[in-house]
Design a protein. Structure first.
Length: 361
C-alpha cells in the first residue's frame, strides 16, 4: 500500500501527462492477457543512481516518512482525519488481540518475511494493520484519475465494487455456479471481504490472511460493527477471519463457490501465486470460480510508471516481488492449476479482473 503512495509521491512533481484512455471501464470481456513486461526506464545510469539513493537508509527512511505523511495529508484534503483514525486504533491492547488471532501452527513462507511497503517487518507488525484502511482509502483515491492526481473519497470503494461487478459479469458469461460460499485470500483487515459480502448478498465469506496482526484488527473492527448492527436490530455479518496461508488453507475439498484474491498477487513470487491458484482449485466446487483483481501491467499508466526511473525504483524497492508478479503468466498459471482459460475485464484504468472457472468435472 505504502509503496503505491511512494510511487504516487514520486510521480507528483512531474509535468502534466496526457490522458491516454477514458475514465470509463472496459466493457467487453476478453481472454486474459499473459505476461506483459513493461519497458524498463531507458536511462540506466539514472536508474542506478536512484537505486543507490533508495538503498541509502536515511534517504529510504525520509521517503517512507514522506509517503506516510502524504497518506494523512490526502485524507485532510478529502475532509477526513486519517491521523485520528489511526490514533484511535493505537489505544487498543494489541498484544492480547494478536495472541488470540495467531494460530501457532501456521508456518510463514520465507518470501513473506521480507520488508514490504517500507515496513521493516512487512505485514507481520501492528503498524501496517493499523494503517490498512486509511492507506487503502488514500492510495486508491486517485485510481480513477488518469493523471493520478484528482482525489476521490470513494476511490477505494469504487475499486472494490467495480471488481465485484466485473466478476459477476465474467461469472455469468462463463456459466459459473451461483455464489454462496466465498474465500477471500489475503483478506487483511477485511476491506475486500466486506465488499464481497455487499456484492453477493446472503453469501458467507471466509477471510484468510497470513498476518495475525491484520486478522486481529479485522476481528476488532468486526466486533464494533456487529455491536452497532445488534443495536440496530440487525444480524451479525457473515464473515469469519482465519489466520492462515492462501496456499494451505486447511479447508475441506470443494467447500467454496468463489475464491477471490484482491490485490495480493503483486506481493507474491510467481510460484506462490501458482500454489494459491492450485489450492483455490482444490477448495472450489465444480463450476466454482477464481477471481483475481490486480494491477494491470499492460495499462498505459503502469507502462508510464515503469518507464520513469524515480517511480520505477520507488515501486520496486518497497514491493519485493513486483518484478516476479510482472513475470507471472496469470492465465497460464490458472490453466496449469486445472481451471478453464480465464476471461478478463479492466475494472480501473490500472487494474484488471481475471476470472477462471473450475470445470464441471
Ligand atoms: C495489499 S494487502 C490486500 C488486502 C485486501 N485483499 C484488500 O484488498 O484490501 C495483501 C494482504 O495479503 C496477505 N498475504 C500475502 N501473502 C499471503 C498468503 N500467502 N496467504 C495469505 N495471505 C497473504 C498480506 O498479509 C496482506 O494482508
Amino acid at each position: 500500500m505504502l509503496s503505491q503512495s511512494l510511487t504516487h509521491a514520486a510521480q507528483a512533481p512531474a509535468a502534466a501527462r496526457p490522458a491516454r484512455r477514458s475514465r470509463g471501464l472496459q466493457c467487453r470481456a476478453q481472454a486474459a492477457t499473459g505476461t506483459v513486461v513493461p519497458p524498463r526506464p531507458k536511462n540506466e545510469l539514472l536508474v542506478g543512481l536512484v537505486e543507490a539513493l533508495f538503498k541509502f537508509p536515511p534517504f529510504f527512511a525520509f521517503a517512507a516518512k514522506n509517503a506516510r505523511a502524504m497518506i494523512v495529508k490526502r485524507g485532510e484534503k478529502m475532509g477526513m482525519d486519517f491521523q485520528a483514525e489511526i490514533d484511535a486504533l493505537r489505544s487498543v491492547d494489541w498484544d492480547e488481540e494478536v495472541a488470540a488471532a495467531r494460530d501457532p501452527t501456521v508456518k510463514y513462507p520465507s518470501y513473506y518475511k521480507k520488508p514490504f511497503h517500507a515496513y521493516p517487518d512487512g505485514n507481520l507488525a501492528m503498524e501496517p494493520a493499523l494503517e490498512m484502511t486509511v492507506a487503502a482509502r488514500s492510495v486508491h483515491s486517485v485510481v480513477y484519475d488518469p493523471e493520478g492526481k484528482k482525489l476521490d473519497p470513494e476511490g477505494d470503494a469504487k475499486l472494490r465494487s467495480t471488481f465485484n461487478d466485473c466478476t459477476k459479469v465474467l461469472l455469468e458469461e462463463q456459466g459459473a455456479r451461483p455464489v454462496q460460499d466465498i474465500l477471500d485470500v489475503g483478506a487483511a483487515t477485511g476491506l475486500s471481504s466486506l465488499a464481497l459480502l455487499k456484492a453477493f448478498p446472503g453469501s458467507q465469506v471466509t477471510g484468510i490472511d497470513l498476518s495475525p496482526h491484520m486478522i486481529a484488527v479485522g476481528r476488532y473492527l468486526q466486533r464494533q460493527r456487529n455491536a452497532d448492527q445488534a443495536a440496530a436490530g440487525q444480524q451479525p455479518e457473515q464473515l469469519r477471519f482465519v489466520h492462515g496461508a492462501g496456499e494451505d488453507t486447511r479447508l475441506p475439498d470443494g467447500c467454496m463457490d468463489l475464491v477471490s484474491i484482491m490485490l495480493v498477487c503483486h506481493e507474491l513470487p510467481a510460484a506462490a501465486s501458482q500454489a494459491i491458484f492450485a489450492e483455490a482449485f482444490r477448495v472450489l466446487r465444480p463450476g466454482g470460480a477464481l477471481a483475481v483483481m490486480e494491477m494491470n501491467p499492460a495499462s498505459p499508466i503502469f507502462q508510464r510508471i515503469f518507464s520513469n526511473p524515480f517511480p520505477y525504483v520507488a515501486f520496486k524497492s518497497t514491493e519485493p516481488w513486483l518484478l516476479e508478479y510482472l513475470s507471472l503468466d496469470m492465465p497460464g498459471a490458472m490453466t496449469a492449476a486445472g481451471f478453464l482459460p480465464p476471461r478478463q475485464l479492466e475494472n480501473s484504468p490500472r487494474h484488471k479482473t481475471v476470472v477462471a472457472v473450475k470445470p464441471q468435472q
